[in-house]
Design a protein around this ligand. Structure first.
Ligand code: SF4
Length: 289
């Protein structure tokens, strides 16, 4: 069953013009704090006098304008959001890998809303609905029930698999959204939900893709373990890690390439499931003396 966010249970009377209301509410929120407010990895502030707004990376607050590339069209935000500092495509705009070095000034709240939607797609609308208790939240099992084709197998992912996937995929180190959804209506998510302003109302496509990979790992664990309890993909990941480390630097695979051993989220999942196998909890009983 779908739920709404907690401030206004029931979710009565859906908004007729969410975009316009979200735009106005966001501008009002920003206008209230002259020094600006953080949203994801940016700081937005109202410019004195002319009604315009300025956006910049949170790490660039205090950097002189002359050291930043200046833009004044909201569509510039699309290019800013597209690639990381290293030139990699960003499939998940809420990942904490927004590049620095730019400042964007836009003329009014409409242009601000357009820019925000490039930087954080649907972020302002979800922020507004959540604050009003009107954001529909879809839990993992409901989301999985809608999957088809090669993703249908995520329906069989165990609850433990969902929890570990969320810890690997959704915490603030890898995604700045506040995770609102649960495993199902009786099973809360155990992952740290995050502190950010941008709500996440349902598992995204990146999460579902990682969940599919984790389901493959679960199947391997049931039928393909060797004498010391390691699966083929666990051994593949360990080998890749040792080989990369031996070169002096570990280069991660692209963000959504979960079939690659050195993917950051895949490694975070291994930390939760493989490291305890390799390093069992030590016997803490005091030594006999
Ligand atoms: S499902 Fe997880 S990774 Fe995807 S947007 Fe939500 S919090 Fe971020």
């Amino acid at each position: 069953m779908r739920a709404t966010s907690p401030e206004r249970p029931g979710g009565e009377s859906p908004r007729r013009s969410t975009a316009a209301e979200a735009r106005a509410a966001f501008a009002h929120w920003v206008n209230e704090v002259p020094e600006g407010l953080p949203f994801g990895q940016i700081v937005v502030r109202a410019l004195p006098g002319n009604g315009g707004y300025e956006l910049r990376h949170v790490a660039d607050v205090g950097i002189p304008d002359g050291d930043l590339v200046a833009h004044n069209e909201p569509r510039a935000a699309r290019e800013i959001a597209k690639l990381t500092e290293e030139g990699e495509y960003r499939p998940l705009k809420s990942s904490p890998n927004l590049k620095r070095g730019w400042v964007l000034r836009v003329k009014d709240d409409r242009a601000l809303y357009v820019a925000m939607n490039y930087l954080y797609p649907s972020g302002v609308a979800h922020w507004h609905l959540y604050r009003n208790g009107e954001l529909e939240i879809t839990n993992y099992r409901e989301n999985a029930a809608r999957q088809s084709g090669i993703y249908k197998r995520v329906q069989r992912l165990s609850d433990e698999g969902v929890q570990n996937t969320a810890k690997a995929c959704c915490e603030d180190a890898v995604c700045l959204k506040k995770t609102l959804w649960d495993v199902d209506e009786n099973t809360p998510l155990a992952a740290d939900r995050g502190e950010g302003e941008i709500p996440c109302p349902e598992p995204c496509s990146i999460f579902v893709s990682l969940a599919r990979r984790v389901r493959l790992f679960e199947r391997e664990n049931k039928r393909d373990l060797d004498a010391i309890g390691l699966s083929p993909s666990e051994k593949e990941d360990l080998s890749a890690l040792v080989e990369a480390a031996a070169t002096g630097s570990v280069k991660f695979a692209r963000e959504a390439e979960f079939e690659e051993p050195l993917n950051e989220r895949r490694m975070r999942y291994r930390k939760l499931t493989l490291v305890p196998k390799l390093r069992p909890v030590e016997d803490t009983a005091p030594e006999e003396g």
